[in-house]
Write a protein that binds this ligand. Structure first.
Ligand code: 3HC
Ligand code: NAI
Length: 691
């Protein structure tokens, strides 16, 4: 391994070059090497002071998150930052890339922070369920003021050099960053150093600071009630008003440690690594080059087609939106315009940007308009013969090497691929509604999909700001196939005596923002009803509601009633009557169902289906399933996703409950899958399968 820090003298100043690829995570060996550099400069007669510098995209990307599972190895960052402050010679940070978390905290210990154009400063710890643990909660507010510090840390966002400089976190350098840092060391060495941050209350003492901070804290009250790290952050920042730096640092550490070991942070760290792993396909070499995609065609301007077109336009890609008639096209374009207008009214989009995005979306009523596209995505009705027809037509008009994708929810993409003369160029790009908002993109490969076609889809996901998860073509792919299990249990729970409100409340208290039945009402019950009818399947309560004309919010009634003007559904005796009639038809003995039972029945069969999906190789790794559920189905991130949650719960417990459910419901399909049973018997977890 090359040295993590190389210490070189340049123009009378020592430069500590950090080198811990790929992102300069602040691992134990990098910390030790920086400590050595600090000790060396203190007695080095050839050096007036020290510049801390790095090359590439990262200055320091923060603590090494992999080390979080173990007790910290000295030197810990907090002590190292204090050692920087205590260094007898000036220390300057030359920040050329990301300085995040511990990276910014190291820089905050320096006498000055000089920012190159690529500098990105942030304290994203709250995203990992923790707070800054190396002085970030104490030194930041002294520089930026406490309200700005709270907003910065709670948002977890990285700041541009301009924004960071305006907050007082650093100074922008236009020319050579290293030369500027060296010159600054000399200036500080000869002209005197600013007093140690410990000695100055800084902007904490400004008039109105306390009031502004409390107002900012009030805005975060809801998050603080739900996220322990936000509550701890507010506490730590409030300490900075009354404590010395040393006291504040000790208190910060006391707040930090229990958060680090909390299962929530363990889950959020799992999510961090799972999101990155999901972009890798083991048999796909990193050398495989994605194909260029500069123009896109979207076929079908319904709910999904318009959302997909907006997602591409948002990423700056020109889109040809193709419909069957001028009327259908106009309806789609009107929908896009009105969604943009709504965003402009809410203030989340400016009118100029909306106009330029709309200008990127052109319309046509002839598939020939897809001829110039590098990628076409069909989002026509969910009917296989129709989709095959569209694929065959695209095959005729599209240039060689262009990609053809389907947004189907369930259908056989292999059967679409074989309707073309180039099945290697066909794959699934399964967006989630609303497609311009939801982060998940299931990338579905068929038996024939070429490696570079898959690589193109993964690269495209990144351009669109989506989180891709790769699946093999099989009914419902990953998410919807698991969802079917949950829907079945929800239906059965209703028959057994649970009310829609109880089911939704149980899932909300588990951590979902919305309950599953409220979600069904929102997306419309008729779509899946039609699909069930076509495939001979049934969900007795859902079917009966549809037969009664209750299609959800759009028809004013579903599992709930939606009186005129109501934003949320209200319990509805008419729905209860439908449910009771179905229960009577099946001879169910209705009873009180406890919350724990509801949670287990809604989640464990879903997890079991996830195990089958892994067994069949439909998903590559358990973490991919977690990411799909987090970004497509609202699974709470702090629970880590269904498979992580299963591991945390213990697979033997889940297997035992599934066996019991199979017996209670007289349904052998609820029995644990062979994989789940095997892992449970070994006392192992899904995480042991990670690749
Ligand atoms: N620790 C360990 N590994 C890390 C890491 C970290 N802090 N940051 C990134 N990595 C790894 C990734 O897992 C990935 O590994 P892989 O190639 O094996 O999948 C590799 O580095 C590259 O990362 P990305 O794919 O994310 O690369 P990008 O260029 O897209 O993004 C980044 C780079 C902006 C630095 C992004 O990785 C990032 O946001 N990193 C995490 C930053 C963070 O959360 N820092 C705070 C840590 S907590 C802390 O500092 C506590 C302190 O207060 C005591
Ligand atoms: P939709 O009914 O809103 O829109 C379909 C559109 O396709 C209609 O505007 C129709 O005129 C058009 N169309 C039909 N045949 C065409 C053809 N030959 N050429 C061009 N346009 C044609 O349907 P929606 O909801 O947008 O679904 C589309 C696809 O996306 C389906 O495969 C569906 O399963 C899938 N999907 C739907 C999701 C949802 O939440 N609605 C989520 C994810 C996928």
């Amino acid at each position: 391994m090359s040295q993590p820090v190389s210490y070189r003298i340049q123009d009378g100043v020592a430069v500590a070059w950090l080198h811990n690829p790929p992102v300069n995570a602040f691992s134990a060996h990098l910390r030790a090497a920086l400590r050595d550099a600090l000790q060396q400069v203190a007695t080095d007669n050839a050096a007036a002071g020290l510049v801390i510098a790095a090359e590439g995209g990262s200055f320091i990307a923060g603590a090494d998150i992999k080390e979080f599972a173990r007790p910290p190895v000295p030197p810990i960052t907090r002590d190292l930052v204090c050692a920087i402050e205590a260094c007898p010679k000036p220390v300057v940070a030359a920040i050329q890339g990301t300085a995040l978390g511990a990276g910014l905290e190291v820089a905050l210990g320096c006498d000055a922070r000089l920012l190159g154009p690529g500098a990105r400063l942030g304290l994203p710890e709250t995203r990992l369920g923790i707070i800054p643990g190396a002085g970030g909660t104490q030194r930041t507010p002294r520089l930026t003021g406490p309200a700005a510090a709270l907003e910065l840390i709670a948002s977890a966002e990285a700041l541009t050099p301009e924004r960071a400089a305006s907050l007082g976190l650093g100074e922008i350098v236009r020319g050579d960053l290293l030369q500027a840092a060296i010159a600054r060391v000399h200036a500080l060495a000869t002209g005197g150093r600013p007093s140690r941050m410990a000695d100055m209350p800084g902007r904490m003492a400004e008039p109105g600071a306390r009031q502004a901070f409390e107002a900012a804290a009030e805005k975060l009250a809801k998050r603080a009630a739900e996220e322990p790290q936000i509550a701890a952050l507010i506490h730590a920042l409030r300490n900075a008003f009354t404590m010395t730096l040393d006291e504040g640092l000790r208190a910060e550490r006391e707040l930090f440690e229990p958060l680090r070991t909390d299962p929530r942070s363990v889950a959020l760290r799992h999510v961090f690594f799972a999101e990155r792993a999901a972009t890798r396909v083991p048999e796909l070499s990193r050398d495989v080059k994605p194909r260029p995609v500069e123009r896109v065609a979207v076929i079908g301007a319904g709910t999904m087609g318009t959302g997909i077109a907006m997602a591409f336009a948002q990423a700056g890609l020109p889109v040809m939106l193709i419909e069957t008639s001028a009327e259908a096209l106009a309806r789609g374009q009107d929908r896009i315009a009105s969604l943009h207008q709504a965003s402009v009214r809410r203030g989340s989009l400016d009118a100029g940007t909306a106009r330029s995005r709309e200008a990127l979306i052109r319309g046509a009523t002839d598939l020939g308009a897809a001829a110039e596209a590098d990628l076409a995505i069909e989002a026509v009705f969910e009917e296989l013969p129709l989709k095959q027809e569209v694929f065959a037509a695209l095959d005729r008009v599209m240039k060689p090497g262009s990609l053809m994708a389907s947004n189907t929810s369930y259908l056989d993409i292999d059967a679409m691929a074989t309707a073309t003369s180039r099945p290697q160029d066909v794959l699934g790009l399964h967006f989630f509604s609303p497609a311009n908002v939801m982060k998940l993109l299931e990338v579905v490969r068929t038996k024939h999909t070429a490696g570079d076609a898959l690589a193109t889809a993964l690269a495209l996901a990144r351009r669109l700001g989506k989180v891709p998860v790769v699946a093999r073509a099989a009914w419902g792919f990953i998410g919807n196939r698991m969802l079917a299990q949950r829907s079945q249990q929800a239906d059965r729970l209703l028959q057994d005596g649970a009310s829609p409100e109880q089911i939704d409340a149980a899932m909300r208290s588990f951590g979902f923002r919305m309950g599953p039945l409220a979600v069904s009402d929102l997306s419309g019950l008729d779509v899946s009803w039609r699909m069930r009818k076509a495939s001979g399947k049934s969900l007795p309560v859902a079917d009966a509601l549809c037969e009664a004309g209750r299609f959800g919010q759009k028809s004013g009634a579903g599992y709930y009633a939606y009186p005129e003007g109501a934003r949320h559904g209200v319990p509805d005796p008419a729905a209860a009557a439908v449910i009771e009639a179905v229960a009577a038809r099946f001879g169910r003995v209705r009873r009180d169902v406890g919350e724990q039972e509801m949670v287990e029945r809604l989640l464990y069969p879903t997890i079991n289906e996830g195990a089958r999906i892994l067994e069949e190789g439909v998903a590559i790794r358990p973490g991919d399933i977690d990411i799909a559920w987090l970004h497509g189905y609202g699974f709470p991130a702090w629970r880590g996703g269904p498979m992580h949650f299963a591991d945390a719960t213990g697979l033997s417990r889940i297997a035992a409950r599934l066996d019991a459910m199979a017996a209670e419901q007289d349904d052998a399909s609820l029995q644990p899958s062979p994989l789940l049973r095997r892992l449970a018997a070994k006392g192992s977890g899904f995480s042991s399968l990670s690749v």
